[in-house]
Design a protein around this ligand. Structure first.
Ligand code: EPU
Length: 421
């Protein structure tokens, strides 16, 4: 099994370039199913979730080419299949976006239920509510979701989500882009990748307005045409490197970022003692002095992202005083990494949705296990900041979402290597 070996205690210095956003890529790649013609997509992160999705699309008959690193050209014109291969679909959570894309393209779909990071039960009732509002008859079993049009056919509709679900918002946008009539999503998610998906679809000829607000309007069009689109930088990858510098110390220019997307993360890391300078498309993070305690509550965008909960917890573990970290999106997310951090010497008490983190002077290296993507990233950060050697196991979770993490950290002066047994 592959693992990371990290000799901690070295400050991070230099420049790191952030890759394209995973959560935008995993929505935009299935969206190419809706397009007649070739899509050239740039700034595509080279991560395993993207590779699986490309394999799924190819398996369905799409032509996929990678003319240069981080560029993918996809032509789904030849796809005739509305049932992607189940084994691959089950390997990643975001494969559920194939449901919305196939419903829009073929008016029907049958998609195996997805796998991915299992840090919570992660229901899809809001996706189903959206499909039903659009006129789909849904057959949901433990194994798959099958969608068929109702007798009157698919039609635009008003969908008021019970909560601002990212996944449900994406799935409804995908399906509604090619479904006749106007669809209105109320209580829509506002995350940057929702706006990126809308921009991609609009570039290809869709008529979507309001993305980034809680009401999104989609006027169904007859077809979408090919074109070129560049994915936005990854907010969470950028935040992870910012947290790494904050925890381990140093001076790093994090480039290819949208500073506006980083505001909530920036302000918390500043509160904890990092000095942060914003440029047009880069952020410098400097941390030389001691870390201070903080209070963080995760919330949907523009709040502090749940996907940064674990990384900021490592900073809290090393800060003077008692910090409080409250999770309001996925209650069980603490269990993926807090025990592992305690093995490294952290002092964390979890009560319901809140972790109380009493800062310690040092973390010490240990063998720790990644239980999901962001939990794994947090353990890498802990290993960089710790004294001694840390072995991070189950790194396939980390490689789902971080492009070349070992190479990027090595370039910043970290002593990290990927080893295989
Ligand atoms: N929820 C429901 N019913 C639904 C959908 C969601 O109850 O039908 C609940 C969830 O259980 C959760 C909350 O609503 O408590 C928010 O879930 P959401 O649907 O917004 O999340 P998601 O689409 O499953 C995406 C990201 C996650 C990120 C969350 C929250 C993708 C592919 N995944 O998941 O990213 O944590 O939004 O921002 O975009 C990650 O990148 O590590 C990751 C897990």
């Amino acid at each position: 099994m592959a693992r990371y070996e990290i000799h901690g205690g070295k400050q991070l210095n230099g420049t790191v370039t952030i890759s394209g956003a995973k959560n935008a890529a995993v929505a935009i790649l299935p969206a190419t199913l809706l397009v007649s013609g070739k899509c050239r997509i740039e700034n595509v992160p080279d991560i395993s979730d993207v590779r699986i999705l490309l394999d799924i699309l190819e398996g369905m008959g799409a032509k996929v080419e990678q003319p240069e690193p981080n560029v993918v050209e996809i032509d789904c014109s030849g796809v005739t299949c509305s049932e992607p291969e189940g084994e691959l679909v089950r390997r990643m959570r975001a494969s559920y976006y194939l449901m919305g894309a196939l419903l829009g393209r073929f008016g029907k779909a049958r998609v195996a239920l997805p796998g991915g990071c299992n840090f919570a039960s992660r229901p899809i009732d809001q996706h189903i509510k959206g499909f039903e509002a659009l006129g789909a008859v849904v057959d949901e079993t433990e194994e798959y979701v099958a969608l068929e049009p109702c007798e009157e056919g698919l039609h635009g509709s008003r969908v008021s989500l019970d909560l601002a679900s990212v996944g449900a918002t994406v799935n409804i946008m995908l399906a509604a882009s090619l479904i006749p009539g106007q669809t209105i999503i109320e209580t829509a998610a506002k995350e940057p990748h929702i706006v990126d998906l809308a921009n991609f679809l609009n570039t290809m000829g869709a008529r979507i307005t309001g993305a980034g607000t809680d009401t999104i309007k989609i006027k169904g069009v007859n077809s979408l045409r090919g074109g070129t689109y560049a994915i936005i930088p990854d907010q969470i990858e950028a935040g992870t490197y910012m947290a790494a510098v904050t925890a381990a110390g140093g001076n790093v220019l994090v480039q290819n970022v949208i500073p506006k997307h980083m505001e909530c993360i920036t302000s918390k890391l500043q509160e904890m003692g990092a000095r942060i300078i914003n440029y047009d498309d880069a952020i410098r993070v400097i941390r030389t002095g001691p870390l201070r305690k903080s209070t963080v509550k995760t919330r949907p965008y523009p709040g502090f992202p749940t996907d940064m909960q674990a990384q900021v917890c490592v900073c809290m573990a090393l800060a003077s005083g008692v910090s409080r970290l409250t999770e309001s999106v996925y209650e069980t997310r603490f269990f993926g990494y807090c025990t592992e951090l305690e093995t490294m010497g952290a002092n964390i008490k979890i009560s319901g949705k809140t972790a109380t983190v009493t800062g310690v002077e040092k973390l010490r290296g240990a063998e720790v296990f990644a239980h999901d993507l962001r939990a794994g990233a947090a353990l890498v950060i802990a290993g960089l900041a710790a004294e001694g050697v840390t072995y991070v196991e189950h790194i396939h979770f980390i490689e789902r979402g971080y492009e070349n993490i070992v190479g990027k950290l090595t370039a910043l002066g970290a002593d990290i290597r990927r080893t295989e047994d």
